[in-house]
Design a protein around this ligand. Sequence first.
Ligand SMILES: Cc1cc2nc3c(=O)[nH]c(=O)nc-3n(C[C@H](O)[C@H](O)[C@H](O)COP(=O)(O)OP(=O)(O)OC[C@H]3O[C@@H](n4cnc5c(N)ncnc54)[C@H](O)[C@@H]3O)c2cc1C
Length: 266
Amino acid sequence: MLQQELARREVGLEVSAMTTGIEVNASNEVTGLSLKDGRTLPADFIVMAVGIIPNTQLAEDSGIEVNRGIVVDEYMHSNCQNVYAIGECIEINEELFGMVSSVNKHVDTLVAVLTQQASKSKWPPFVSTPLSLKLKVSGIAVCSSGKIEFDESELASIEQIIYRQVNSDQYHCLYLKDNRLIGAVLYGETSDGNFYSQLINEQTDVSEFKDALIFGAAYCQSLLDQQVEDKESIAVDPVTNSATALNEKPKSVIKADNQPNDDEVA
Ligand SMILES: Cc1cc2nc3c(=O)[nH]c(=O)nc-3n(C[C@H](O)[C@H](O)[C@H](O)COP(=O)(O)OP(=O)(O)OC[C@H]3O[C@@H](n4cnc5c(N)ncnc54)[C@H](O)[C@@H]3O)c2cc1C
């Protein structure tokens, strides 16, 4: 769908195209990009996005432990006493970080560590959460959250729920494991992106509202409310045989802190 929309805007999109080289003319000007399948995409300008490569030289020269990034623990502490590191340059449990929201969490942890030196028990360790990404192309709403790629062996234990509305160019795909949402891809209508991200991050058991999950937060809430109403109407005391209202407190699927997050990529 994304490919079609971009094509309509006369923008080409190649996926899984393994690049093998940049072609240049006699004046050393770019003329194209060669692909593994033998094709050459003509080009006079090439921009490469290669992910994060931390510049660790300064740390390394200072004797601080470095792997792909500056190695720190979940309290942002390097292997050197009184030396902390945060941001894109660090590595925690072999993970690198390339989004502002992760860096903000590093900051929160480090501030607690530095301001509450006396009470280590109050330090909130940094916990990595699945990324939520939005495509920033005007007029095209696409977002993904959590894990959305699986190998063959993983697929057997993954439940996939897909909703596709061809007329309105809408596609939602959810991945669940053991009644917990682990990944979501939304195209066209993405307003429930934060709702799904929250379920993924909090590893919520969705079994009570799984039937409505693909339709978003409002439908899930309505299903839960309906379940409470149904219980209230059918509760019968087995001894006296009289009906009793259970007055169960409705559960809420939408948390107060379900604010838009800022994990976005262009
Ligand atoms: C093109 C682009 C688009 C992006 N878009 C998004 C987005 O949409 N959403 C998102 O969440 N993230 C985005 N990111 C990633 C985001 O910008 C980074 O994750 C974030 O800025 C990392 O913060 P940082 O403080 O670790 O590093 P930086 O923001 O790079 O800050 C590091 C600072 O340290 C300074 N510095 C470096 N070496 C030294 C030295 N030896 N001495 C003193 N100072 C030094 C640098 O000058 C710099 O000011 C984007 C990044 C790029 C490049």
